[in-house]
Design a protein around this ligand. Structure first.
Ligand code: G6P
Ligand code: MG
Length: 216
């Protein structure tokens, strides 16, 4: 049995978390309330629909189904406009080095993301070819912290969950990896991810020795 790696996309591979934040903030401000970076932590790894529900709770806004649907579309249009010209320069530090290292060692790799925009983003930053499987918001019925997205990824790679190593920047994603019985690696501020098996700020803190050690 061999190890396999699963990467969350937003906030792990690419720096899109800030664009999600800006789009939600714009919607909140338009509806007359503030939306802070701290509140945005709760949105990481969370589906678009669930994010809007939480946002409306924060703003104490009651929405009709029509309004809800309109705001979902609006948030995504704004988000897409922010990432329109995205390119390789938005890949987070030393991600490509880690992917190259693992690819050379022929370790299976997958993306496990809640985003419905995962594929176009991977195309824009030219990373699609690294991955044996891409599981995204169009594949899952249950959002993180449900482990579904990671279990589908391990299944598609033919790897056992306990041999999978998950990189995540979201508390919901760390929980999903833990529930799946996988090794969880928290990326970003460790204070936000106390449940992770390991914590790193970004891939520049992850050595090749570490990647070798956790690989079986
Ligand atoms: C990622 C992000 C979340 C986002 C979700 C859905 O998990 O961390 O903040 O809400 O994807 O993204 P989407 O592109 O489908 O709106
Ligand atoms: Mg993320």
């Amino acid at each position: 049995d061999k190890s396999a790696f699963i990467f969350d996309l937003d906030g792990v591979i690419v720096d899109t978390a800030k664009y999600h934040y800006l789009a939600w903030k714009k919607l909140a401000n338009g509806l007359g309330f503030e939306f802070t970076k701290e509140q945005n932590e709760l949105f990481k790894g969370v589906s678009r629909k669930r994010c809007l529900e939480i946002l409306l709770d924060i703003g104490n806004v009651d929405a009709t189904q029509d309004q809800f649907d309109t705001w979902m579309v609006k948030k995504n249009e704004d988000y897409l406009s922010y990432i329109k010209d995205m390119d390789e320069s938005e890949i987070l530090p030393d991600v490509v080095q880690a992917l190259d290292f693992l690819k050379d060692r022929q370790v299976p790799m997958a993306v496990g993301s809640a985003s419905k925009n995962a594929r176009p983003i991977l195309e824009k930053v030219k990373l699609l070819s690294y991955f044996d499987a891409i599981v995204d918001g169009t594949d899952v019925t249950k959002a993180k912290p449900d482990p579904e997205v990671f279990l589908i990824a391990s299944d598609r790679m033919g790897a056992r969950p306990e041999n999978c190593i998950v990189f995540e920047d979201a508390a919901a994603g760390i929980e999903a990896a833990n529930v799946a019985g996988m090794t969880s690696i928290g990326m970003g501020n460790p204070e936000n991810l106390p449940e992770a098996d390991y914590n790193f700020r970004d891939f520049s803190e992850i050595s090749e020795e570490f990647l070798k050690e956790i690989t079986v």
